[in-house]
Design a protein around this ligand. Sequence first.
Ligand SMILES: [Cu+2]
Length: 405
Amino acid sequence: MTTGLTSAPKRTFVARLADWFRRSAGALALLCLSSVAAAEWGLNMTPGVTDVSVEVYKLHMLIFYICVAIAVVVFGAMIYSIFQHRKSKGVTPATFEGSTKVEIVWTSIPFIILIAMAIPSARALIQIEDTRAPDMTVKVTGYQWMWQYEYLDEGLNFYSNLAIDSNLARQLGSEIDPESVENYLLEVDKPLVVPVGKKVRILLTSNDVIHAWWVPALGGKKDAIPGFINEMWFKVNTPGIYRGQCAELCGKDHGFMPIVVTAMADADYQQWLDEQTGRTADLAEPADTGSAVTQTAVVDDRERSMDELMAAGEKSYITHCSACHMVNGAGMPPTFPALAGSAVATGDIAAHIDIILNGKAGTTMMAFGAQLSDFEIAAVTTYERNAWGNATGDVVQASDVRAQR
Ligand SMILES: [Cu+2]
């Protein structure tokens, strides 16, 4: 009588458990297919396009499978013991205390596993840190909020800013739908261009706060720290466009300084390089913000019309100045002054050009003299003097800027 009463709930428990397993079978099957699911959701790491990134990916998978194997063994043993040695089956617990043999086994097995994992990890680390014998070197400098790329051997030097359509779409109250912008916040005006199959060394530093240069497909991520130079390298195997972002919280526009790397066949790269270093005429193109060669070396004194200056000035302004002074010129006082109605932007022209050329020491208003051409500074000055109700009617020409350099 008592047996019947006590055994009934036990049977129910086991039956319920079995039932649960049967019902969960579908979910379990799904879990087993999770590698397929992960690929579709983009949950797993990607192998990337460099030897190092592939190495890192393989290491990641290896360690992952080791963890899975350990989990299967440990949980298997646990679940087996729970079911096989349960009290209701009449099992009586062992009473021994301490076992040197067991202690040795469960210390040495993890030790061996850790050593086994350390070997490929160390190999990958050494490969990542080996910046010797590069084919080319690019110095990358982080700024609030853009990147500067200096090709040290090629004499090429330019800035890479958030692309203008992303920049317009991201403004508060913008009428442009971000959904309609291709590669929203992941596009720049001038990408870093590198040849495939060449070892590119990156020297990384910053001009203001700590940034971090991160392009997932190229493997690795490094901090750009003011006053320090960090090194990294990559050799891209597949031509393509690879996108990344600053990965260090670096101020209000941290999310608006993307990185784009274009990898092309060596011949195409050489052609691109020739175009960049050889040209002078293209500097006049309004769309060409952040021009290639060092601006001061190029004399471009053509007279432009007010319309031409205003159109080029607006583009330049949105790309280089709107992060702080806002697209509508209202700034964010007291940190970033408004330019609409500003005494500088409506007063003495020379003083206006001067603050753009040389910046203002001790503030985030940096010198744009090295980054922008005479024409670009003339255009942006003209724009600021005539936009947002600053109706000065002043026209500033490249020659005016040149005279003040
Ligand atoms: Cu940053």
